[in-house]
Unconditional design. Sequence first.
Length: 165
Amino acid sequence: MRTMLVRPAERADAGDIAAIYAHYVATSAATFDESAPDTDDVAAKISNATLPFLVAVEKGSVVGYAYLWPYSARSGYRHTAESSVYVAPDARAQGVGRALLERLLADGEEAGVREVIAVIAVSDDPASVELHRALGFREAGRLESVGFKHDRWRDTLLMQRSLAR
């Protein structure tokens, strides 16, 4: 039985979060960042978060993180957020992403978020799309060749979930 805890991120988690993200920056198109932020950058992001920013912890180690971020700085979008979920490579396919995203959606609703947008890089790994679809996200559009990573142009899939009742 898993003994994973999902809780709000703290500045002390920044090193673990930075390491998880650095893996995806270096090895995948899951993010279009080409250089990873350092621990101080991640700590500042946690401190400046105005919406839920969560970590999954198992046996004292951060095994994943997820956060909501304002979709746009324009005031008319103030009830819309973009979601991000990243799981440590050795914790994938073990329910970490699902636990994080479920809690993120619940906490987002409590924070007044009405619509959640996931911007997912199209790749050969369908895990992220499948996770979002399983939690009620629907495809809202596709942006073609908008990112360049690992020597090729990449599409993004926009998925959307309403938290409005």
